[in-house]
Design a protein around this ligand. Sequence first.
Ligand code: PLP
Length: 498
Amino acid sequence: MFLKREIYLDNNATTKPRRSVVRVMKKVSDKIFGNPSSLYQTGYVSKEIIEESRQIIASAVNAMPEEILFTGSASESNNQVLVSLFEKFSPVKKTILSTLIEHPSVLQTLQYLATRGAVVKYIPVDEKGVVEIAALHSMIDDDTFLVCVMYANNEIGILQDVPAIAKIVHEKKALFFSDCVQALGKTAVDVKNLEVDYASFSAHKIHGPKGIGVLYVAKGAPIAPFVHGGHQETGLRAGTESIHNIAGFAEAVKSLPRIKNKRSKILALRNHFADGLQKLAMNISINTKLEKSIPNTLNVTFNGISNTQIIALFDYYRICVSAGSACSTPENKPSHVLTAIGLSDEKARESIRFSLSENTRRKDIQYVVSLLKKMRDGKTPVLSMLAPSFLNESELFNDENYILDVRFWYDKLKLKSLPGSHEASLFRFGRYLRHIPKEKNIIVVCQGGVYSPIVVFYLKKKGYTRACFLMGGMEGWKSAYPELYAEYAGKNIVKLER
Ligand code: PLP
């Protein structure tokens, strides 16, 4: 049942860089090192690469090169639009309209702007995530300077009617920004047809490199620098340009016409997957509106089964999936997108996002369906878990228990460890197995109960039959026993890792 090859179904988190992208980036890193601002040939060559790349990306989305601004990520692009427009319009106009299903780089920037006096209002979405246009009509007013609605959602894949939204926004003389990160390569993105004033893009979602984004700013639309202190990008983004990343982005964009031909294959595979899941009779609900979504995304609630268990089991079988936005996973918070479309916290915690790519094969999908069938029939390893309330004072100091804390250093800055914990981070604990006794109850602890199930499956494979994980992790235990935390946390820690 175990695979040699990993099945990667988390392409909305990131994609594998295309070989041609890696080749171009290697060549540029190797040979073209000049600073694009330098006044000699070596610098001009770098500058030429930037400008050629800008041209390629601009024409792929029907923009003009001067409307394309390179940034360090789409998160930065999103921050730049929101912050710079707030600073331009406030205090004369203060209202921004958005939705509760945006990416965290939009939502958290809006929350920050609200602390600075912005009035942020959220346009409702229906149970499939479609923006309610009638509500937008009634909410937009003369105080609204910006409306921000993403084109394709990263968790459930819903596509919005961006031109219809843009029309309403422009009638009210406001500006319109759409995060197009998940739309690029999965549906047509023509900034003129979409009638957006701003759009953000990210290379690593289209088989390009990480750490490079684009902000489209329509000619004449206001924008201000976000990173200050340099003349690069016409003064709108200081910092020596990441030439190899820019070249890699353009190379990935060049392949988009090829992906376009594969969209129908991806769509057919995704729909075949949805069919296969429904036939399993597993009490599932599909959260993706199949007929109005990007073709690669399928969000599913497995009623009654926590998503951390499924993710850990899948990891055991080398299948990569996620619970939602990669940016929100470590904390075990329910997905904000799923709760915004009406799922309870509990149901959101039972949901998994599958995101396919052109590399996904039919047999990958069949394998996943057959694994779920095994899980349904109780033929997969069982994940033992411990409720935080179980770990009372006597269990905490029970010699039969061995607490293995696999948290990262930064988690430990926020919360101290359980008394008597043996500490080795998630990446390294495997090196210290000789110190971990097989005959004890191994209680694996992480911050929010998200990573520890993966460790438990690993330990079971290595013969630790009594391994279990602490549900809710340190966060859950601290809320269950605040007085025990105050008295004992951080005491008698054994560091396995030197
Ligand atoms: N917007 C959406 C819809 C995304 O899915 C992501 C990445 O997950 C981003 C923005 C952020 O992109 P980046 O990783 O380039 O910051």
